[in-house]
Structures are given as C-alpha cells and as structure tokens.
Design a protein around this ligand. Sequence first.
Ligand SMILES: [Zn+2]
Length: 93
Amino acid sequence: MREEYLFSLMALAMVAGMATAAAIAMIMNKRKEKEEKFVTVVRCPKCGYEVKREWKEGDFVGLVQGPCPKCGAMMIVWNIYKEGGEEPPKGGL
Ligand SMILES: [Zn+2]
C-alpha cells in the first residue's frame, strides 16, 4: 500500500515536471517569436551613400565599416533601429 502511494507520488511529480518543462518551452518559443530584429544603417559621411543591413553583434553607432564604394571615404555605422518600427530621425552625431 505504501509503495503504491510512493509510486503515485513519483508519477505525479513526473507529470508536474513535464508540465513545467512544457510551459517553459512554450514561453521560450513565444520569446523567440517576439525577438526583435534590428537594422544597421551604414553611411558615408562624405557623399551620403547609405547601405542598410541586418544588425549583427558588435555593431554600434560610430563604428568604422570600411571605404565607401563611391568616394573611398570611411563609412561608419550611422544608425541602428528596430525593423518594422519607425526609423528615428537622422542626425545627432
Ligand atoms: Zn562616399
């Protein structure tokens, strides 16, 4: 009788654990869906040539990106904004 009780307790704990794991997985999935994408705007301050690309780790405003294909001046990260959102007004550098 006692063993049976223990067994059902263990089964209950297992089910509860599985339910918790499932809940956590669901929350993680929702978070992944909501994960926001950022766009990096690389701009040449000399001629104004602008390239947009997906934001990647290490990008920050002011980061030197390399020579401009149009005039050869150094291009910098000009702006970083949330994809789908409103592009913030330029300037302020
Ligand atoms: Zn340029």
